[in-house]
Design a protein around this ligand. Structure first.
Ligand code: GLN
Ligand code: ZN
Length: 879
């Protein structure tokens, strides 16, 4: 029984590749040094897989920047602007395409399916002269072989390569990229024959596009391509690897009848319906690479469950044709759990990063072959069981609250009079029944008990005993008083786990126990819509805010200086005190506020100096989140992200932003925007628990953000922005699943703010400009003002604008690109606003940059914002 890994992270367990790349780019180290670090990483990865017992070990899954760019290099498809003159493509040309150089911008980068990995988009047209220009696949194969590891070389398949590319500038829009198939296949043939000559016996083509909803013309390209390659592939075992979703039935048929192909790999984690297709019909004599170990998450595999799936498959495809594999490349998970020093052992036992997943794959293969490692399986079973039953994971009240949101409009079945009748039968109350509102007096003694419990000075048992005694006292008192409906008196109120840290932020401690009540309250609203329509709300808000037309604002963050990062780091490491930290951050906020006042911006932000990351900041304060120290995942090039792990029910023990936002508001008479990350974005940028549906976790987060929104409102913040930067990117790949996602995602957003009063203005902000297909969902979010990234695709957004006009909400399409250090002139910005005004009504247009300013320098931000405000003022005089 054999085992296979689809692909492996390149960065190294401690981001060795990142540092080597950046040092090379900075001219601090040589090409040889970069090559050496990379070769060491590859060799250790191959050896690790070989030692673990993996039979089919991939090669060519390493990339200096990106595997699609590697394919572009292999095919010699370098856009002319890079001035490449043929020959083997070197670092110069390769990194120029990836990152641009002094004179030429980079190629476009875009998201790899629904992951947070970005690939470099090939730019193709009828005139590209393809040539075999990078022998990397062959040299990596040979390199591994020299180390004694016979690998499966991996190539991005020819059809997926073309489907993921775009027409180069100047090429007709209706140019068929697939028509290039016949031009690139000869190069693939050259690569294949060199691999054969080098001794390869297997080859893997990654063709993930086949899981998308492709028309028959595109499906036919697969048939054509592999028929054309058939003769050169003879003598090789050929694996076509697919991943990321259920494969559509028609595509499954196309795939499994491809000529010259001997093996098929499927994602059986996301593709549960694929299992049925396999069970119904799998070609005789072919290999099935069963992706049962999740490459997109960090959870330990449920080995017993996987084993039973594998047993079922074994009876279909035969023992010698079943290969245990990962659901996709492990590129999308973290590298190695051994480097996690801060996670406790219980949580660690629930997790598996790439290195651990390799071991899982092998353990499953061995078990299938009759050599089950009983100890490993029973440890795994114990971890699965502890995760299932752990009180750290399940929070009954959150589960119930979130589950209750699912129903479409949350109405009780019977009307209120009928209900009261039924209740009276059960309760049998006198007329004018008496009750109290909930809490009974909080004695000093009671507060002491809670404090001591929190400080671990008394045990849980002692605490429970004391609180129960208090409840008993309250109950007895009410009985003596002859009250009809009793309360328990809320003696445990105000208690929360991290209240100590929060209290020092001087936020109101009053809110700490309201979460359950709030959750219940959230259920009352029918489908969580604000009571009034958006135009009426905007009117009410304008009365309060009194803004000029074309109001100016920014998206939230201001530049993060080295000094600022140092302050946060030192506070985290307890090198500076809480007081010092608060003082430093307040000073920073004050600086940002004063700057915005000088610039004469209308709606201010506090600048987010206390935040390292827009998701991590909230995750750290919500219950149910864990954080790694080395759980990095490649995002693009040398950039990595460290997603939080949502392991349990999410709730908000304390306010998260109220302290800073109120402080900021107190520094200015202008409106200060509260700044929150929305539930969908928190979800999409985390590793999400796999023991309940994603939407349930999202609803839980929504309830927590709702609490925060309402606390901000109570604290006098009249404008609140709830960022949903990643709403679009979570859209499922298969069309059939998109409506459901959009429904719960948008519902989650509405839950966060359906409870605010009309005069509270809710903004939302979204990155990535491809909104056309989801415009109705965006409108359904029912925000008062929507700011969107716009700088690169004006025309695309036109329809969004138009819909916006009908809808009436305020719209702020970014008026300049913050991703570039370039400073836009007043004229340029005014010109842009004018173009928008041609489509949009004056009274709904906002003027803002297209995203946060965190990555920019003050020397860029100040003049750019100055010009932005000048442009808005100029146009105001002309309207
Ligand atoms: N408020 C966030 C910021 O300004 C938004 C970031 C984002 O959209 N990615 O940094
Ligand atoms: Zn943004």
């Amino acid at each position: 029984m054999a085992s296979h890994i689809v692909g492996y992270p390149r960065m190294g367990p401690k981001r060795e590749l990142k540092f080597a790349l950046e040092s090379f780019w900075d001219g601090k180290s040589s090409a040889e040094e970069l090559q050496k670090v990379s070769a060491d990483l590859r060799s250790s990865i191959w050896k690790q897989m070989a030692d673990a017992g993996i039979k089919y070990i991939p090669s060519n899954t390493f990339a200096y920047y990106d595997q699609v760019l590697d394919t572009t290099a292999m095919l010699g498809a370098v856009p002319p602007r890079y001035g490449w003159n043929g020959g083997e493509i070197g670092f110069d040309t390769y990194f120029s395409m990836a990152r641009g150089n002094a004179s030429v911008p980079a190629m476009e980068m875009t998201k790899w399916f629904d992951t947070n990995y970005h690939f470099i988009v090939p730019e193709l047209g009828p005139d590209v002269n393809f040539s075999y220009a990078s022998h990397k696949a062959v040299s990596e194969y040979k390199e591994a072989k020299a180390l004694g590891v016979d690998t499966v070389p991996v190539l991005v398949g020819p059809v997926s390569y073309l489907l993921l590319s775009k027409p180069a500038k100047g090429v007709e829009k209706n140019f068929s990229l697939l028509s290039l198939l016949e031009k690139i296949l000869p190069i693939y043939k050259e690569v294949i024959s060199e691999l054969k000559a080098a001794g390869a016996s297997w080859i893997q083509f990654d063709e993930p596009t086949i899981v998308l909803d492709l028309d028959s013309h595109k499906l036919k390209a697969f048939t054509d391509a592999y028929s054309e390659l058939e003769s050169s592939l003879s003598g090789l075992n050929v694996l076509i690897e697919t991943y990321f979703a259920d494969i559509p039935a028609e595509a499954f048929k196309t795939l499994t009848t491809l000529k010259g192909v001997t093996a098929f790999g499927f994602d059986l984690v996301r593709g549960t319906k694929t299992l049925d297709l396999i069970k119904a019909e799998f070609p005789k004599g072919k290999y099935l690479f069963a992706g049962v170990v999740d490459g997109r998450n960090i959870w330990a595999n449920d080995l017993a469950a996987s084993l039973s799936t594998l047993h079922a498959l074994e009876s279909i495809v035969g023992k010698d044709k079943l290969v245990v594999s990962t659901s996709c490349s492990l590129l999308h998970t973290a590298v190695d759990l051994v480097n996690e020093t801060k996670l406790d052992n219980e949580i660690k036992s629930w997790l598996a990063f790439a290195a651990q997943k390799v071991v899982e794959v092998n353990a499953l293969a061995k078990a299938l072959a009759g050599h089950k490692d009983d100890a490993f399986f029973s440890d795994n079973a114990a971890a699965q069981a502890s995760r299932k039953s752990s009180p750290r994971v399940t929070n009954e009240s959150v589960q119930k609250a979130a589950a209750a949101l699912k129903g479409s409009d949350h109405r009780r079945a019977t009307n209120v009079s009928a209900r009261l009748d039924a209740q009276q039968k059960k309760l049998n109350l006198p007329i004018l029944p008496t009750t109290t509102i909930g809490s009974f007096p909080q004695t000093i003694e009671l507060r002491r008990v809670r404090r001591e419990y929190k400080a671990k000075k008394i045990s849980e048992d002692e605490y429970v005993k004391a609180i129960k005694e208090e409840i008993n006292k309250v109950v007895k008192l009410q009985e003596e008083l002859d009250i009809d409906v009793l309360v328990h008196g809320e003696p445990e109120a105000f208690f929360s786990d991290n209240a100590a840290a929060q209290a020092s932020r001087k936020s109101s401690p009053r809110v700490t126990n309201e979460s359950v009540q709030k959750a219940a309250a959230a259920l009352k609203g029918s489908d969580h819509r604000r009571a009034t329509n958006v135009s009426a709300r905007l009117d009410a808000q304008q009365k309060k805010l009194n803004l000029p037309i074309l109001p100016t604002t920014t998206i939230g963050s201001f530049p993060q200086t080295i000094e600022l990062r140092r302050v946060r780091r030192e506070y985290k490491a307890k090198k500076i005190s809480e007081d010092e930290y608060v003082k430093a951050i307040k000073e920073e906020i004050n600086k940002v506020v004063k700057l915005q006042e000088e610039l004469d911006i209308d709606v201010l932000v506090h600048g987010e100096p206390e935040r390292n990351d827009m998701v991590e900041y909230f995750g750290e304060q919500l219950s149910g989140f864990a954080f790694t120290v080395n759980g990095w995942v490649q995002s693009y090039g040398s950039r990595c992200v460290k997603p939080p792990i949502i392991y349990g029910d999410v709730s908000r023990p304390n306010p998260m932003t109220v302290f800073w936002s109120s402080a900021a508001q107190s520094m200015t008479a202008r409106p200060m925007k509260g700044m929150l990350t929305g539930p969908v974005t928190i979800l999409n940028w985390s590793f999400v628990r796999n023991d309940q549906p994603r939407h349930e976790t999202c609803y839980q987060i929504a309830l927590s953000i709702k609490d925060e929104v309402e606390d901000l409102e109570k604290a006098g913040i009249n404008v609140i922005q709830i960022d949903e930067a990643a709403l679009r990117e979570g859209l499922p790949l298969r069309k059939s699943e998109q409506a459901f996602y959009l429904d719960w995602a948008v519902h989650s957003f509405r839950i966060t703010n359906c409870g605010v009063v009309d005069t509270t203005q809710i903004h939302t902000h979204m990155c990535y400009s491809n909104f056309n297909d989801i415009i109705h969902s965006i409108i359904d979010m029912d925000a008062d003002v929507i700011t969107i990234e716009n700088s690169r695709s004006d025309e695309k957004l036109l329809s969004v604008f138009r819909e916006g006009v009908k809808y009436g909400a305020g719209i702020g399409p970014g008026v300049y690109d913050i991703h570039s250090p370039r400073i836009p002139s007043t004229e340029e910005i005014a010109d842009r606003i004018n173009k928008m005004l041609a489509v949009l009504e004056t009274n709904i247009l906002w003027v803002n940059p297209d995203c946060g300013l965190k990555t920019r320098k003050y020397t860029e931000v100040k003049p750019a914002l100055k010009n932005m405000v000048a442009a808005a003022k100029l146009l105001r005089t002309q309207l």
